[in-house]
Design a binder for this molecule. Structure first.
Ligand SMILES: [Ca+2]
Length: 276
């Protein structure tokens, strides 16, 4: 703070010497001091935008209204939404072909998807019911309940993270799915609403921000955004069609450190690398 104070004194002396107005001095004082005041208020700085590169591109079912995505080896597990068209499916990464599919009852809207101990947990938006499926057969073997809306779901080593379209993240017990705590996601001091599809990646939580093509990289313990990815340009124009919707779908292969993204009714799925 010493250097800005000295600078201000120097500016003051100059202004006084030249007989400028007192109002101009106050304006200059504010301009010089404002950044210092922001830092001293304790607000973290807004997170930087990070670059990425496309490593590979694969076919993706353009009818799949992707809501939840995860990957194991060369198989993707995907939850799709829409009343009367919601599914849980296993697809082949390289070809995009659907290998197995379970169709949800028509009153349920498929949402976030997470794997816990060999079982798939699938949210159903406004129904307040989570479906538990055996990952080998996709058959439903159980249920759990949640309050409010269910959007995104991801399994971490300690907890499941869940979003509901607000700026709040919920953390659930891996065994009985009860809510343990919540955290508000913020970029600098600003809450980040619209949290949707989630994925744990190397200790951070990645979240699609509905209805955009952006992903927030979040510190799950504090809720603070650490960086942003803007994937607005990742889907080439030639693949866009009238029913295309926003980016939604993040999957991470922790063993091979591969990161995949796609969107609602996107004909392509991309492997990307975040450049830091
Ligand atoms: Ca995911």
């Amino acid at each position: 703070m010493i250097a800005p104070y000295n600078s201000l004194m120097a500016i003051n002396e100059l202004l006084n010497a030249e007989g400028r107005s007192v109002r101009l001095q106050w304006l200059l004082l504010l301009l010089v001091a404002a950044p210092c005041l922001a830092v001293e208020s304790g607000q973290p700085a807004a997170a930087p935008k990070l670059n990425y590169r496309v490593v590979a591109s694969y076919p993706h079912d353009p009818a799949a209204f992707t809501q939840g995505l995860l990957v194991q080896g060369d198989r993707l597990f995907e939850s799709t939404g829409g009343y009367g068209e919601s599914t849980l499916r296993v697809t082949d990464l390289a070809s995009g072909r659907v290998l197995q599919q379970y169709t949800l009852p028509s009153h349920l809207f498929g949402e976030g998807l997470a794997m816990v101990d060999g079982r798939l947990h699938q949210l159903t938006w406004k129904a307040g019911i989570g479906l538990v499926h055996e990952s080998t057969t996709l058959e439903q073997v159980g249920e759990f309940s949640y309050t409010g809306e269910g959007w995104g779901l991801a399994a971490g080593n300690e907890h499941l993270a869940m979003s509901d379209g607000s700026a709040q993240l919920r953390f659930l017990d891996r065994t009985d799915l009860r809510e343990l705590r919540r955290v508000e996601v913020r970029d600098g001091g600003r809450p980040v609403a619209g949290l949707n599809e989630l994925e744990y990646i190397e200790g951070s939580l990645y979240a699609n921000i509905w209805p955009t093509h952006r992903i927030a990289i979040i510190d799950p313990s504090s809720g603070q955004v650490q960086g942003w990815l803007d994937l607005s340009d990742i889907l080439p124009l030639v693949f866009r069609h009238p029913r295309i919707d926003v980016l939604n779908g993040i999957a991470y292969d922790a063993d091979a450190k591969r990161l995949f993204v796609t969107g609602k009714r996107w004909p392509r799925l991309f492997e990307i690398e975040v450049l830091r």
